[in-house]
Design a binder for this molecule. Structure first.
Ligand SMILES: Nc1ncnc2c1ncn2[C@@H]1O[C@H](COP(=O)(O)OP(=O)(O)OP(=O)(O)O)[C@@H](O)[C@H]1O
Ligand SMILES: [Mg+2]
Length: 322
């Protein structure tokens, strides 16, 4: 794969009718072997992008490659697994039948189908429910069967649209572990989600999509680097000389005073600590702090609404037609 990218798409445009510009020039790179998270508020265009990659929706314009081939190439799609959003498996089938049905569509013969379904039912924790009908399943169980059918062709790349939708916290943890397990086996995992804390726990890299464009893309570490600072809590009120320090702000409450020191290097706070200790001030706590993915997301969404043009953003007119 060129540059190690399993997905390397450029210039993706899609409008529904005249007024809905779902994708307005998306560039996205996903590296082989990583867990990649595509984040964005409702209506940002996440599902449209995945549907285009799966050829469920026809793009107005699309460049680049998936698995080294043109997007939509059947040989590439044969190596991709897909969990659609709002999937609706026939309710009269059992979980096992859903998996075997999808396996049959990939051209697998009866015996391997059976073995594959057995293996996947165990893997997603649905063994005991395998022969019950889908209509008796909870949302979490449906998602587990959805994951199992996405893995039936032992894909190199799996595209999961909101995989933990409706799943309780224990189930979510199990799905996270499963996804990390898949990555450790060499699979590339692409997740669409708006559950930020969740992606923070599993993703190697993320892209934040706002109004049909990618506002930011990178490792969570890189994206939050600029926000790194230290917080230092001291007993009582702050000494007067703190006011004159350029990179320090403070806030007092009944527990003491919280100092915020801008900058990511620990060197920056040593002199401050020495000075406070020389005055016999009690330091209650020192900790490095950085933005959470949630803070980053909020910033991208807020700024994205007002002509945001951060890294990866594509600037154009509001219509954004190709
Ligand atoms: N088939 C369609 N016909 C018309 N409009 C559509 C169609 N599919 C999507 N849209 C519109 O395109 C925009 C992007 O939708 P999309 O489903 O890709 O967003 P999303 O980021 O997946 O949102 P969510 O988080 O709610 O799943 C929305 O305004 C949506 O209403
Ligand atoms: Mg969606």
């Amino acid at each position: 794969m060129a540059n190690g990218s399993i997905i390397d798409i450029t210039d993706a445009y899609k409008a529904f009718g005249r007024n809905i510009h779902a994708l307005r020039g998306v560039d996205l790179q996903v590296d082989a072997g990583e867990v990649f998270g595509l984040l964005g508020p409702n209506g940002a265009g996440k599902s449209t992008l995945v549907k285009i990659l799966m050829t469920v929706v026809r793009p107005d314009r699309l460049g680049g490659t998936m698995l080294g081939r043109s997007p939509g190439d059947k040989r590439a799609l044969a190596k991709v697994g897909y969990l659609p959003e709002h999937h609706n498996f026939p309710s009269y089938l059992t979980g096992r039948q859903v998996i075997e049905f999808v396996a049959a569509m990939t051209g697998m013969r009866r015996q391997p189908r059976r073995r594959s379904a057995d293996r996947l039912l165990k893997r997603v924790g649905m063994w005991d429910w395998a022969d019950k009908r889908v209509k008796s399943y909870s949302k979490g169980m449906l998602q587990r069967i959805g994951l199992a059918q996405a893995l039936v062709n032992t894909p190199e790349l799996v595209l999961l649209d909101e995989p933990t939708d409706g799943v309780d916290p224990v189930g979510r943890q199990e799905i996270r572990d499963l996804l990390l397990g898949l990555r450790d086996e060499g699979m590339t995992v692409f997740i669409n989600s708006h559950l930020l804390s969740e992606l923070e726990m599993v993703c190697d890299r993320v892209a934040i999509m706002v109004k049909g464009r990618v506002a930011m893309q990178g490792t969570i570490d890189d994206l939050t680097a600029d926000s790194r600072h230290y917080e230092l809590r001291i007993h009582g009120s702050a000494p007067d000389w703190i006011d004159s320090l350029p990179d320090v702000s403070m806030q007092s409450d009944e527990h003491g005073t919280l100092l915020r020191i801008n900058g990511r290097e620990p060197d920056g706070i040593q002199t401050l600590i020495d000075r406070l200790r020389a005055e016999d001030r009690t330091i209650l706590e020192i900790r490095p702090v950085r933005d959470s993915l949630e803070a980053l997301f909020m910033r991208a969404v807020t700024e994205g609404g007002e002509g945001f043009a951060g890294p990866g953003a594509v600037v154009g007119d509001e219509g954004g037609r190709p």
